[in-house]
Design a protein around this ligand. Sequence first.
Ligand SMILES: Cc1cc2nc3c(=O)[nH]c(=O)nc-3n(C[C@H](O)[C@H](O)[C@H](O)COP(=O)(O)O)c2cc1C
Length: 327
Amino acid sequence: MAAAQKDDAVVSGAVKVGLAPMAGFTDMPFRILCGERGADFAVSEMISATALTRGDAKTADLAATDPREKPCALQIFGHDPATVAEAAAALAGSRPLAIEINMGCPVKKIVSSGDGSALMKDPDLAGKITEAASRAAHAAGLPLWVKIRAGWKKGEVTAPAFADALVSAGADRITVHGRTRDQMYAPSSDNGVIRAVKEKIGKRAEVFGNGDVDGPESAIRMIKETGCDGLLVGRAALGDPWIFGRIKAALAGEDTPPLPTKEERVSAAIRLLRDVCALYGEERGVRESRGRAARFIKGIKGSAAVRDRLNHAETEAEFKDILSRLI
Ligand SMILES: Cc1cc2nc3c(=O)[nH]c(=O)nc-3n(C[C@H](O)[C@H](O)[C@H](O)COP(=O)(O)O)c2cc1C
């Protein structure tokens, strides 16, 4: 890395870098891998407040954490203040790093129920949810975080005023994904929105940036352009948990470690397979591992054919054998 970039990076050495919440991916086995490779913390997949408070066993599984993990925040989605607060109090019992409310999910099924980013259209309700949830989290000694987007509609960036209201209602951290709901995942995330939120909030709460960080350069750029207190990495970590080590080293002004070898990538995919099968049972574990393993082996010679074979593998042993033959 160039010397000038290193100097900038040293200034940012204390910045925290976490794994972004991703439904279907950021469960305990993947969070362990990321923590071992440099992530400071992680956020769980989103957990339905309604399902949790109704006692749904599968939903409670989403809240499982493990001592081998780095600290993990548990994320809730919902739109009824009392239900979200009840879910926050229940999750606080497992002593997470924080309780986070999802006000950023753009998926139709979620927003049509008034959850996720739909709350950005209703700042009053979002404030009431934050107030109720922060009371529950604070009573248990935990911080309350909220994850938001730039706004609901392209051209209508409401995040700064929205975040300001949430902080007044008790939020201790706001994480901003720099896209509006209708932008989903394209075009690129806007660091200007994250900066505007940080300027509005100042030191009243932490502001974390999120969106399109894919390595040391984009991480340093986000910090320099926004002044954020930390950042989250999502999609770029899915087949590459080593990204956290590279980013953390660059932020500390150290030489970045080399990219993982083929052997390291395949071994990590096999380890993930084992832990996912242990958590969910073999049938679901193998099914869940197909998309995950494909990300770890992407770009390795012969990986396309291997991916096809993995899609037909039915047992953990068969899956492992197919992966092992890549090295
Ligand atoms: C498959 C997938 C699942 C996601 N699930 C969640 C979720 O459960 N909660 C949430 O707040 N964001 C969720 N997100 C959004 C990410 O946390 C993140 O904001 C987004 O991917 C942008 O960051 P990135 O460019 O680093 O990926 C999800 C994203 C993806 C791709």
